[in-house]
Design a protein around this ligand. Structure first.
Ligand SMILES: N[C@@H](CCC(=O)N[C@@H](CS)C(=O)NCC(=O)O)C(=O)O
Length: 206
């Protein structure tokens, strides 16, 4: 059975859990990271020397990097569905996965850490303000990406939506000022209709 290491409040672990649930795969999850430890043990470092989560073990094949894990699981179990067969549709999905990691994650993470994982005294208000502006600007890009299609995958959910959708919940859940983006708002509502997203991604931030 596939084994996944990672705590459930990690966004990178959420992407993998959501993928596994959409596919309907049976898996075992082991709490790891932050208060759960595990990531600094010698055994864990043999399969993930970054000491980070998530990591999977698929019948002896181990893998870290959440986007790569999502791609791998979709290619293996959801070819032509979550993983587009058409090379252009696949490149489009990969573009959004890379965009989320390269453009959204670096600016939303300081906002998240300061507001959710820091005490009030330790908050860097300038970092929150500057990065909120930068994050909101990125969400305009997503508004552009959703023109004329319900999902980044087109008519149906694709692997690009799994990575981007995880960040979209974080954006809506943060106590910040946001522009009203009708397409992103409708997209989030659509994602919330999916039980796996609701249960494993759209949870209170911690
Ligand atoms: N690029 C990596 C980043 C992994 C990462 O930074 N994971 C965080 C959680 S989101 C982590 O392991 N933090 C330390 C911990 O939980 O102990 C990926 O996408 O898998």
């Amino acid at each position: 059975m596939l084994k996944l290491w990672g705590r459930t409040n990690s966004i990178n672990v959420m992407k993998v859990i959501w993928t596994l649930e959409e596919i309907g795969l049976t898996y075992e999850r082991v709490d790891a990271g932050m208060e759960f430890g595990v990531v600094n043990t010698e055994n864990y470092k043999l399969i993930n020397p970054n000491s980070r989560v998530p990591t999977i073990d698929d019948d002896g094949f181990t893998l870290f990097e959440s986007n790569t894990i999502v791609r791998y699981l979709c290619a293996k179990h959801s070819m032509g569905k979550l993983y587009p067969e058409d090379i252009r549709a696949r490149a489009d999905a990969e573009r959004w996965m890379d965009w989320a990691t390269a453009q959204v994650q670096p600016v939303i993470t300081p906002v998240f850490w300061n507001l959710i994982r820091s005490t009030a005294e330790k908050r860097d208000l300038k970092a929150i303000a500057d990065n909120t502006v930068a994050t909101n600007r990125m969400m305009w890009v997503l508004e552009w990406g959703l023109a004329n299609r319900p999902y980044l995958g087109g008519d149906v959910l694709g692997m690009g939506d799994i990575v981007v959708g995880a960040w979209v919940h974080r954006w809506y859940a943060l106590p910040i000022e946001r522009p009203d983006l009708p397409l992103v708002r409708a997209y989030y509502k659509r994602l919330l209709e999916r039980p796996a997203y609701q249960l494993h991604v759209a949870q209170p931030l911690s």
